[in-house]
Write a protein that binds this ligand. Structure first.
Ligand code: IPE
Length: 264
């Protein structure tokens, strides 16, 4: 599909990650919806969990290998409820801003095996894109035939779809400018890496710090590792600061902006 673009909206940007009960960041969502209008063509928007996903997941013991399947299963309704609320807020903002969109929830069709996707049908996603709808897919909790239930992160969804569909551009929106030589939350003077290629890949992985707020899906190291798998000559990948107005617009328009690009 020509110019198919995937944008991941980091949960820490579209929700108030440290507020409980979970609260959406309406201002950010509305601004992002306006920025997304810069893209003319098929669009997939992947939502991270932020407060809506991570708080409930943490409360039910996701991310802790000693949690029983019963406890994980008991967490399904609350996580699903919160993620549904978040996804509907984003859907409404996109529709109001002239981007017809639909939400597709992974729970309804994705199966997992020991935390790894075992089945993820994409026909409905392709069909919705062909029907000129932007597709919103959110991080979710899914049934797992080994551990009862598993968290499927927005980053894992992005990587999976990059392999399953012909996606040309993947823009991962976070609350930092990109990937730094050291964790910027620990060292505010850390240097931003503007390009990662085979020459600096290993040293980059050694330096990326873990996310500070509750994050049951592995923080920055896992995100970076997963993205390395998909960046190549046909799939362009950039990690950028979605809290900084205008950067998403610049990326969508193919203009230069502060970010980390992956070139392999
Ligand atoms: C987490 O997705 C999904 C749930 C906890 C349900 P992500 O791990 O992609 O979320 P963020 O962007 O880090 O918040």
């Amino acid at each position: 599909m020509k110019s198919l673009t995937l944008v991941k909206l980091g949960g820490s940007v579209i929700t108030q990650k440290k507020l409980s009960p979970p609260t959406v960041n309406e201002m950010a969502i509305n601004r992002i919806a306006k920025e997304l209008r810069a893209h003319k063509g098929p669009l997939i928007v992947v939502l991270g969990g932020g407060a809506h996903g991570h708080q409930a997941a943490h409360a039910y013991g996701f991310g802790d290998s000693s949690t029983s399947p019963e406890k994980l299963l008991a967490g399904i309704p609350l996580i699903r409820h919160n993620m549904t609320l978040l996804s509907l807020e984003v859907e409404q903002a996109l529709n109001v801003n002239g981007i017809p969109s639909v939400v597709i929830s992974p729970f309804s069709s994705v199966s997992m095996h020991h935390g790894v996707i075992s089945s993820f049908p994409t026909d409905i996603i392709k069909g919705a894109l062909e029907a000129h709808c932007a597709v919103i897919i959110h991080g979710d909790v899914c049934l797992d035939d080994v551990q009862g239930a598993s968290i499927l992160s927005g980053d894992t969804i992005s990587v999976y779809l990059a392999k399953a569909l012909d996606i040309q551009r993947i823009f991962i929106g976070t609350d930092v400018d990109g990937i730094f030589e050291e964790d910027p939350r620990v060292n505010p003077n850390a240097t931003l890496i503007s390009v990662i290629d085979s020459s600096n890949k290993d040293s980059v992985l050694a330096g990326t710090g873990a996310s500070t707020a509750i994050d049951v899906t592995g923080g920055m190291v896992q995100k970076t590792q997963e993205l390395f798998e998909i960046a190549n000559q046909t799939t362009h990948v950039a990690i950028f600061n979605l809290t900084a107005p205008g950067r998403l617009t610049a990326l969508l328009k193919g203009k230069s902006t502060t970010c980390t690009r992956m070139n392999f």
